[in-house]
Design a binder for this molecule. Structure first.
Ligand SMILES: Cc1ncc(COP(=O)(O)O)c(C=O)c1O
Length: 479
């Protein structure tokens, strides 16, 4: 590992200079606010600073470096035209406090993005405010609660979530104040209808579901599921993190979902990872529109404006109006692909996932080995049974070959899970490269298990994951 920034410093160097002679201001800093101790910043010249950050950037891995098959994440390539649009000064130089009449273009863009997302999802209105998928879930489930409360239906204190769900679903339900009722998956990896029917009652506020689900399988009984929930007085929530393989082909709104969130930073190709900024746009059917976060963008007689007049709104969920740069990129992506391009992207994502699944099955156990959508789950069962080589070992060994590992140990219902989502932007040639490496690792696990168990050897070393999580050292300390 290279030196840390503080270890590189040369005392006395710095990388800034302030124009003292032009600072013609008379500021009196109160005595008690004057710093008496050194700030303790690293002392480096400009060139050393640039080298440090360039060095760090080489250590990072992203979709621009290579395939990034992280399941449940849709790490697709972010076309550079999106960045071009986001940098247009007419947009990037705007200030959120500007008067509405001076930002008509920005409001129009938000209004049209809302319309396009409604069309893609079969919903009636969207809010672009939430900053991430989990944040969209929060806004969506708060609206479900507001809906029941307005109807004086206070008995509904529980939210149903399948056992294969992403962790943010039960976490969100809990944060909004619901007790979580887990719904079992059946042998096919789909919602167990009998279990759902048995657990639906007048204490249930709704069901949070993603379709295709986190095993990459399409919930074929979705209409029956929707009927059960609606007949019991609940609402159906769509976690849109998995919209990628169905966009342009079928719509959550037509399946019976009442509220959806989308991850614009996944499906609609804006960059993600490292904590944001993202966008968890949230869409609703008409009967929930009055609960949307304020303001919503409205259009009246040739003018766009912010409408705050929603008396039952759950309120504001984000400062200003959301991450506007992300809207620009998503808008550009949808417009540049067009209707047919969106469908083709979804189809290619499904084809790529099935190609990888088909060619991996010889060396890796695939628990639900049937037609999947954009992702599928393989496991290290064969390697575990033979030589105690785990999913973690295989993931670490992939790093040695220069690949980002798949999602590991999720979904929780599959032992030693490795979740692959190759996405549509990878060619067959690149999928073949990945397959060759995975098959080589399977062979290594057989012939020389210790080699795989001690990986990685290149980018980093094997760390004690438990200590790293429990006792992280996040701050440099001298000596
Ligand atoms: C199925 C599913 N739901 C929700 C989320 C949460 O999205 P975000 O990470 O943007 O908060 C994820 C993220 O990986 C996901 O895979």
């Amino acid at each position: 590992m290279g030196k840390l920034i503080f270890e590189k410093q040369v005392k006395g160097s710095n990388h800034f200079s302030l124009p003292k002679e032009n600072l013609d201001v008379d500021i009196k800093i109160p005595e008690d606010l004057i710093r008496t101790e050194d700030l303790g910043l690293p002392e480096l010249s400009e060139v050393e600073m640039v080298r440090h950050f360039t060095d760090l950037s080489h250590k990072a891995y992203g979709v621009d470096d290579g395939i990034y098959p992280l399941g449940s994440c849709t790490m697709k390539y972010n076309p550079k035209i999106n960045e071009w649009a986001a940098r247009l000064s007419g947009f990037s130089a705007l200030h959120p406090y500007q008067a509405e009449e001076t930002v008509q273009g920005a409001l129009k863009l938000m209004y049209e993005l809302d319309e396009m997302l409604c069309e893609i999802c079969g919903m009636d209105n969207f809010s672009l405010q939430p900053a991430a998928g989990a944040h969209g879930e929060l806004a969506g489930v708060m609206m479900i609660k507001a809906y029941h409360n307005k109807r004086q239906d206070f008995k509904r204190t529980k939210m149903m979530v399948p056992d294969s769900a992403h962790g943010t679903n039960p976490a969100t339900a809990n944060v909004v104040g619901y007790d979580v009722v887990e719904i079992k998956s059946n042998d096919l990896g789909l919602v167990d209808i009998d279990d759902l029917q048995a657990k639906m009652n007048d204490e249930i506020a709704g069901l949070m579901l993603t379709n295709p689900n986190t095993l990459g399988l399409f919930e074929e009984d979705i209409q029956e599921i929707a009927d059960i929930v609606h007949t019991g007085g609940g609402l159906l929530y769509y976690d849109g993190a998995n919209l990628n393989p169905i966009m342009g082909i079928c719509r959550p709104g037509d399946m019976g979902f009442d509220v959806v969130h989308l991850n614009l930073h996944k499906t609609f190709s804006t960059p993600h990872g490292g904590g944001g900024p993202g966008s968890g746009a949230v869409g609703v059917k008409k009967h929930l529109a009055e609960f949307l976060p304020v303001p919503v963008v409205a259009y009246d007689e040739g003018t766009y404006c912010f409408n705050y007049d929603l008396p039952y709104s759950i309120g504001k969920v984000k400062s200003f109006y959301g991450n506007f740069g992300v809207f620009l990129k998503a808008y550009t992506y949808i417009k540049s692909l067009g209707r047919l391009g969106i469908i083709e992207a979804a189809q290619q994502a499904v084809l790529n996932a099935n190609y990888l699944r088909h060619h991996l099955r010889e060396n890796y156990y695939i628990p639900y080995d049937r037609l999947c959508k954009h992702e599928f789950v393989a496991t290290a069962k064969y390697q575990m049974d033979a030589n105690n080589v785990t999913t973690l070992d295989i993931a670490k060994r992939l790093i040695d070959y220069g690949y980002h590992p798949p999602t590991v140990y999720f979904p929780l219902i599959v032992k030693e899970a490795m979740m692959f989502e190759p996405v549509e932007t990878e060619s067959k040639a690149r999928l073949d490269d990945l397959l060759a490496v995975l098959n080589t690792i399977a062979k290594e696990a057989e012939d020389n298990p210790e080699l795989v168990k001690n990986a990685p050897y290149t980018a980093t070393r094997r760390i004690d994951e438990v200590t790293a999580a429990r006792k992280p050292i996040v701050k440099w300390e001298e000596g």
